[in-house]
Unconditional design. Structure first.
Length: 256
């Protein structure tokens, strides 16, 4: 009980330090708790809490624990990679993946998904492709799951690589990872960026999985770019029946 209180106190101290928390502040917060944090479960708990609320703090804590002899495992790495994903720290995510390779720690689908998402947030589609392609081809032989594919599709969309987005959506289905709302939404958004030439593809994709506001708005925008005004209006009027709240992007399609 006392150990749990001490860890929670250290966690609150770090959270109060805010996003600019330094390595020395993290080190000072956990002084005297190193033995407890060598317990893999306790270390994972604290890293996970920080990953959600203070991503930089989670990475700093991982470095501090490593200095004190913590044996890195996949759960520690996954928590730190989640922190990278939330903060868009793709160089740190790549460094962690390389660190796992050198320490012979086998990553899992969650680890890859977080690393791919970290690249995806910044539209680094080539980096995302390297990761998702390396899952099966590398020594780990991990089949990409819906999370990894969706993150890669989103990265390609942000990088305006609509061909790659659609290619990965097709590959996803062939690998037995059923396309979901997130993956379809990313592919629809990619089609929307193709200057209206893929409005029919966007329309088809929008019904593959339950549409969300983003994919529905992207479908309307794709039709707008193709001058499909009647279809834009029909889709806009369909929003209430889909239980979607039209956002600012939807009415911006110029229906004449």
């Amino acid at each position: 009980m006392a150990d749990g209180i001490a860890l929670r106190t250290a966690l609150q101290r770090l959270l109060r330090a805010g996003p600019e928390v330094t390595h020395q502040e993290v080190k000072a917060a956990v002084v005297g708790l190193q033995d407890h944090l060598r317990d893999p479960k306790l270390a994972t708990w604290m890293l996970s809490k920080l990953a959600r609320a203070l991503p930089v703090g989670a990475l700093q804590l991982l470095h501090v624990l490593h200095e004190h002899g913590l044996q890195l495992n996949v759960y520690h790495a996954s928590a730190a990679l989640t922190a990278c994903e939330r903060a868009g720290l793709w160089p740190e995510a790549f460094a962690l993946m390389e660190g796992m390779r050198h320490k012979t720690v086998c990553p899992n689908q969650l680890s890859f998904g977080a690393a791919i998402s970290a690249c995806g947030r910044l539209g680094l589609w080539l980096r995302a492709l390297q990761l998702v392609n390396g899952m099966e081809r590398g020594a780990w032989s991990i089949p990409p799951d819906a999370i990894s594919f969706s993150a890669c599709i989103s990265a390609c969309e942000k990088g305006s690589e609509w061909q790659s987005s659609l290619s990965f959506l097709k590959t996803m289905a062939s690998k037995g990872a059923e396309p979901n709302t997130l993956s379809c939404s990313g592919a629809v958004s990619a089609c929307e960026k193709a200057s209206g030439s893929l409005w029919h593809v966007a329309l088809s994709l929008s019904v593959m999985a339950s549409p969300d506001v983003v994919s529905h708005s992207a479908t309307i925008s794709a039709c707008e770019k193709a001058a499909k005004w009647a279809l834009c209006l029909e889709l806009l009027l369909l929003s209430p029946s889909l239980r979607l709240v039209a956002n600012l992007a939807s009415p911006s399609a110029r229906v004449h």
